[in-house]
Design a protein around this ligand. Structure first.
Ligand code: CA
Length: 382
């Protein structure tokens, strides 16, 4: 069985060999990280781009440079790699693979938006009237994006009670399974939109995202301006960024869009991604779904985010929003899987509605022989 981390993948990460060592830009090949600068002499690329702690310098380079480096790495790594460039992943310490510039979270799964609409507005149409016209999103907090493996402290906040709010640790801590991408390349000028035909090449690569959510804080605070402290305490991403080229063989047309989107959002090329996804809670798989059904593609998400002339910067993180499928057992959050806590899951003999201290969540994704970096996180007490 391929492990998903062969030459067709080669994701980038920022890895410390041990606690005494600084992070270095690496690519992952099976169960080893290869320090890129240590083999840079064999690559026909500017050494300054890869003699670096993380992806930041490469993200600022033109997209054509990314493709040249990837091809050079694939050719070089088909041969023996010197021992000093190889870091066994067992014992290595992953860091955030890039400095997160801006962070945008969308709401691109029609199944997720419908499930939440039914729960929170049972007397209204589940989908808001704008949903099929505009890829809904909001700006999140980039400073609290953390790498996979970082413990997640249970946040406190205002919790609604019948006789008024109290300030206490959240009682409804949830996970959200999402697909994220990071952008790069020289920024356009402020005020200049990004045409949809040019959006794909600004996507450097993909990560999985767990957008941890405190549902009680969220529900009390979100009217009328949207998510705030119920989301901003932590967002976990993969330690490895899978290059866009590695996922291009898994592009699909995606679901039909009715009514057709406005011209600036109209798809010319297929950019849905056939990525199988799963959520594991305390070792048990609790959901299996796919990114292929996302209503708004990654290219539409990015085009929309820049359509008012806002800058797309190197290191911007864009997440899809919770990905849910059409059938029971394919939901991307506990609030959906447990019907707002009314139908607990049973995991190894224990009931779960929302997350308890000590719970461990792992998100996984695979497209053919390309694996996305897992996103793991354990909940710790407030
Ligand atoms: Ca989210």
């Amino acid at each position: 069985m391929p492990d998903g981390f062969g030459l067709s993948n080669l994701p980038y990460g920022a890895i410390r060999r041990d606690r005494a060592s600084p992070p270095r830009l690496c690519v992952r090949l099976h169960e080893e990280a290869i320090e890129v600068a240590a083999i840079a002499g064999d690559l026909d690329v500017d050494r300054a781009l890869v003699d670096a702690p993380n992806l930041d310098r490469l993200l600022s380079a033109p997209p054509a440079t990314w493709a040249v480096l990837r091809e050079a790495l694939r050719a070089r790594l088909a041969d023996e790699v010197p021992a000093h460039a190889r870091i066994p992943l067992a014992g290595a310490i992953p860091c955030l693979p890039f400095s997160v510039a801006d962070y945008v979270d969308f709401y691109s799964s029609i199944e997720h938006a419908t499930n939440l609409g039914r729960m929170f507005r049972p007397d209204a149409e589940p989908l808001p009237p704008n949903w099929r016209h505009v890829p809904i999103g909001y700006h999140g907090r980039s400073g609290t994006v953390v790498v996979s493996g970082t413990p997640i402290r249970r946040p406190s906040g205002q919790l609604p009670r019948p006789d008024g709010p109290v300030f206490a640790p959240t009682e409804r801590l949830d996970l959200e399974l999402e697909l994220g991408f990071v952008t790069g390349g020289p920024p356009a000028s402020l005020g200049e939109p990004l045409p949809i035909d040019e959006a794909a090449e600004r996507i450097f690569g993909f990560v999985l995202v767990n957008d941890w959510s405190a549902r009680d804080i969220q529900r009390w605070e979100y009217v009328p301006l949207g998510p705030f402290l119920g989301k901003s305490f932590a967002t976990s991403i993969s330690a490895w960024v899978v290059p866009r080229e590695a996922l291009e063989p898994y592009r699909l047309a995606g679901p039909e869009q009715q009514p057709p989107p406005l011209p600036y959002l109209r798809r010319r090329e297929p950019w849905s991604l056939d990525i199988a996804l799963e959520i594991e809670l305390n070792g048990a798989t609790i959901s299996r779904t796919s990114a292929a059904g996302l209503y708004w593609s990654v290219v539409q998400q990015l085009t929309h985010a820049a359509s008012n002339g806002a800058l797309v910067r190197p290191g911007d993180l864009y997440a899809s929003g919770t990905i849910s499928g059409p059938v029971s057992g394919s939901e991307g959050s506990l609030i959906e899987l447990t019907h707002n806590g009314d139908r607990p899951l049973t995991i190894a003999g224990e009931e779960r509605t929302f997350l308890l201290d000590g719970d461990r969540v792992v998100l996984r994704g695979t497209a053919g022989d390309v694996a996305l970096g897992e996103v793991a996180g354990r909940v710790v007490a407030a």
